[in-house]
Design a protein around this ligand. Structure first.
Ligand SMILES: Nc1ncnc2c1ncn2[C@@H]1O[C@H](COP(=O)(O)OP(=O)(O)OP(=O)(O)O)[C@@H](O)[C@H]1O
Ligand SMILES: [Zn+2]
Length: 663
């Protein structure tokens, strides 16, 4: 082999520059996709070979040799590399960062123990019998199966409890029957421990991989290898699993496709749903997007026939949807957050031995501590946010920067003793309910009560075993749970989201209320949902009460079209933060001037303070850009990004968020 063929491009996870040239010493023969260990500065790094080249621009004496080829990991496939390149381009991040994000931590270590090879794929296992599908499920499945050999996006719009999961499982069975793998994405796996056992129960002979955050590093590496080799035919995971390698992926499912957690909010700010669709497109396979409240993006795609549209309008068990009613809190004034109507409804459930779920969107005892003498209230010094009172631990906590302080015995400003907690957190609601119903067995579910590994599953198991009468919790309780004995859901404080500055807030509120309300009355017993509100005639609540997603969607889309927001426009957000006041905005001003030089088909807004203008001691600001199409936005962003990179700004941390979910 000639000397000139012995140079490879290696992609490394370092800022800005993505690939570096290395010489291949005698005896090594890396191929494209291979993981290699290379010297880098004084350290060694694991990189991926992305190309072989005849000659390098680098002077020969500066070229270094690769140290070794990682032998216990098969090369990344062309499909994967294409996908990672797409993500890097689209989200304007270095390729090395994308690849690093996709690799389990163990595989990124230059020095480690050898991995056990993935077991060879076994013969296909048996499939357990599911319930006979309803006519609607049958029709939805037919829509999915209509085309299994090419790109085929399907929006599965199904009300809560309509048996979407059953449709997914049958579609997976079809992919397996064709000898292919299936990827099943869910928003947060830890929140639905039942799902994993349901999938394993249905496919008892298959190696099902479930990607948890609780997995050890070794387990994560083995899971990755099993997906890559094809041993694992079903991969169940959260957003990161969309970047997992596969031997032969034949189907992707995105459950609760509208869920905001599919969008990563730092670093590589990708949308796993969008990447899933893109991956299905380039592989030529079906992708099912399922939800009771689809994102308006997917909804319009289905309405405009870019996606097939399957609907499940009935609950699979034959149960009716819960009746939704407003409690007018201007008349029925809540005491400690609890209205008379709510108290009566809970009391009735206790009497009948049924369960209630109280949905509170704030953990802690009360969102703020207030001095009735001088109007002082507890704020975080480092964030534009209130400190939340956590009475159980006697602490004031900032939910944004993690600041912890003791609860002051008297007002820090005037010395007065009349300090009052204002508003309701989960702890306070739990306490008030316990005072009202001393015999009731109450469980609280929020990030505080479930911090310990396994704690959530324990509570949920107790709910299933009917050892809990009242469940108080945050949106952790909204998703995917199925409790036959639960007949009442009360939403305590949704009003604030009605008037948020974020144009997506109402979409999220609608989804959340439908989700959490959908936990009620899923089996034999009828369900009821109560919404405590000062605005009982608000059209959003009215649409929730009628379970009329289409009406809500059409009305919201009309507003979006008028305002020029997605899905009628494409957005990117330049976020900047700095320790010193004014610096972030100054940077954005200059970025805006720069943008105007080559922004012919995009609109540049004025820099504004972020919704949370101060966080962890940083002043934050943002600049929105908007275009009619991705085709107009993308080339602009690339040019703008490299111009911004060239400025080598040091005082300000900045990042570009393509298709931002939160403004
Ligand atoms: N064909 C069927 N016959 C009888 N029961 C069914 C059928 N399909 C699903 N079910 C049952 O209906 C309930 C709801 O189904 P599933 O959890 O699949 O709904 P879903 O649409 O995913 O719900 P959600 O979005 O509210 O979490 C489950 O208890 C499930 O076992
Ligand atoms: Zn803070």
């Amino acid at each position: 082999m000639g000397n000139e063929r012995r140079i490879v491009q290696v992609c490394l996870d370092v800022p800005l520059v993505a690939t570096f040239d290395f010489r291949v010493p005698e005896g090594l023969d890396p191929e494209v996709g291979n993981l290699v260990v290379v010297p880098f500065g004084r350290t060694r790094k694991v990189g991926v070979v992305t190309g072989r080249i005849a000659r390098s621009e680098i002077a020969p004496e500066k070229l270094r040799d690769i140290e070794s080829v990682v032998a216990d990991v098969a090369p990344l496939g062309r499909d994967e590399l294409d996908l990672y390149r797409f993500c890097a381009n689209y989200y304007l991040r270095p390729l090395g960062e994308v690849i690093a994000a996709s690799l389990p931590p163990r595989l990124r270590q230059a020095r480690r123990r050898k991995l056990a090879p993935a077991a060879p794929a076994t013969a296909r296992g048996p499939i357990a019998e599911g319930p006979p599908p309803t006519a609607e499920q049958e029709a939805a499945l037919a829509t999915v199966l209509a085309s299994f050999d090419r790109f085929h996006p399907v929006l599965l719009e199904g009300i809560t409890g309509s048996g979407k999961t059953e449709v997914y499982l049958r579609a997976i069975a079809e992919a397996l029957a064709r000898g292919r793998q299936a990827l099943y994405l869910v928003p947060e796996i830890g929140l639905t421990p039942q799902l994993e056992s349901r999938v394993r129960g249905r496919f008892p002979g298959e190696a099902v991989i479930a990607a948890h955050s609780h997995r050890s590093e070794g387990e994560r590496a083995q899971a990755w290898l099993a997906a890559q080799s094809g041993t694992a035919r079903i991969v169940l995971g959260t957003r990161l699993a969309v970047l997992s390698p596969f031997a032969d992926l034949g189907l992707i499912i995105v459950d609760e496709e509208h869920d905001a957690s599919y969008k990563q909010q730092e670093g590589l700010r990708y949308s796993a749903r969008d990447v899933a669709v893109r991956r299905a497109q380039s592989l030529g396979i079906p992708v099912i997007l399922g939800s009771a409240t689809p994102s308006l993006e997917s909804y319009t795609n289905a309405r405009d026939k870019r996606y097939a549209h399957a609907k499940l309008a009935q609950r699979a068990t034959g149960a009716a949807l819960p009746v939704v009613r407003m409690i007018d809190t201007r008349v029925d004034k809540p005491v400690d957050g609890i209205s008379r109507a709510m108290r009566d409804a809970v009391a009735a459930r206790l009497e009948r031995g049924e369960q209630s779920l109280i949905f509170v969107n704030r953990r802690g005892f009360a969102p703020v501590l207030y001095c009735r003498d001088c109007a002082w209230h507890s704020t975080c010094k480092r964030c534009s946010a209130n400190l939340v009172l956590h009475l159980n631990s006697g602490e004031m906590r900032c939910h944004h920067c993690g600041f912890l302080g003791r609860v002051p015995p008297r007002c820090p400003k005037c010395g007065g003793m009349d300090l009052a907690p204002v508003g309701q957190g989960t702890q306070r609601v739990e306490e008030s309910l316990q005072a009202l119903f001393p015999k009731a067995r109450i469980a609280r579910v929020d990030r505080d009560s479930t911090a310990r590994k396994g704690a959530l599953k324990e509570v949920l198991d107790r709910v299933h075993a009917s050892e809990v009468d009242i469940l108080v919790g945050t949106q952790m309780l909204a998703k995917g749970h199925d409790y036959p004995g639960l007949t009442l859901v009360v939403a305590l404080d949704s009003d604030s989201a009605l008037f948020s500055a974020d144009f997506r807030a109402s979409e999220r509120l609608f989804a959340q209320l439908v989700q959490v309300g959908g936990r009620a009355g899923r089996a034999a017993l009828a369900g009821e949902v109560l919404i405590q509100t000062d605005f009982p005639t608000h059209p959003l609540y009215a649409a929730v009460a009628r379970n009329d997603f289409a009406a809500f969607a059409e009305e919201t889309l009309t507003e979006r079209r008028a305002a020029g927001f997605p899905p009628y426009a494409h957005l990117a957000l330049l976020r900047a933060e700095s320790k010193k006041a004014g610096e972030a905005e100054e940077f954005l001003e200059s970025a805006a001037r720069l943008a105007k030089r080559f922004a012919s088909r995009v609109e540049i807004f004025d820099p504004v303070p972020a919704r949370m203008a101060r966080k962890a001691g940083f002043e934050r600001a943002q600049l929105l850009v908007r275009a009619k199409s991705r085709a107009a936005l993308q080339p602009f962003l690339r040019e703008w990004k490299s111009a911004l990179d060239a400025k080598a700004e040091r005082r300000v941390r900045w990042t570009l968020d393509v298709d931002p979910q939160e403004l």
